[in-house]
Design a protein around this ligand. Structure first.
Ligand code: AMP
Length: 191
């Protein structure tokens, strides 16, 4: 079983690559951002409580996101593996995640970071905003805030996995297939 944390700034290509990895390795995939957007669209109480954070480009509260992951892990502990996309995004989430995984006799195998310079991220997100329909992609101020939040709260999560010897940096510049090949080479070498 392979449990992979796919890491990187907003617009780094996590969603695109997760879809391809899922296919190739028969993994399950969870994107906390997608779960949150679905909750908001369905106007659930959870969605309502997260809507303002997302629209400002801020992080949703740790406790809510950790609950989402705990539920997910409980129901996906018996499969080829999982890709965690957009989670963990704070050190508190990473610490809680280790405990959740341990409870089911699981562990994170590797964190793969798609490394993309900030100006390239902004360019990609502005472009994506023209087609994605995502409210948080549509406004450059919100995009810049998401990157500032990433730098302030999320980038440090890489240190958590580096300390566990599980961190691998992947060059996130190139064609989708080139980047995919780099990810696959890293995954194939962890067995
Ligand atoms: P994403 O689709 O990963 O870009 O996430 C979109 C938005 O969902 C983020 O800007 C946050 O507001 C929220 N979000 C997604 N994942 C998390 C997380 N792990 N912790 C807190 N907020 C999150």
């Amino acid at each position: 079983m392979k449990n992979i944390v796919l890491f990187g700034g907003p617009g780094a290509g996590k969603g695109t690559q997760a879809a391809k990895l899922k296919e190739k390795y028969s993994l399950n995939h969870i994107s906390t951002g997608e779960v949150i957007r679905a909750e908001i669209a369905a106007e659930t109480p959870l969605g309502k409580s997260m809507k303002d954070y997302i629209s400002r480009g801020e992080l949703a509260p740790d406790a809510l996101v950790i609950d989402i992951i705990a539920d997910y892990v409980k129901s996906h502990s018996d499969c080829a593996g999982n890709i965690f996309d957009g989670f963990p995004r704070t050190t508190a989430q990473a610490e809680a995640f280790d405990k959740i995984m341990e409870r089911d006799g699981l562990k994170v195998d590797v964190m793969l970071e798609l490394v993309v310079p900030e100006e390239e991220l902004i360019k990609r997100l502005v472009l994506r905003g023209e087609v994605s329909g995502r409210a948080d992609d549509a406004n450059e101020g919100v995009i810049r805030n998401r990157i500032a939040v990433y730098n302030a709260q999320t980038a440090v999560v890489a240190e958590f996995y580096k300390a566990q010897g599980k961190y691998v940096a992947i060059d996130g510049i190139g064609t989708i297939d080139e980047i995919f090949d780099r990810l696959c080479a890293a995954i194939d070498s962890i067995e």
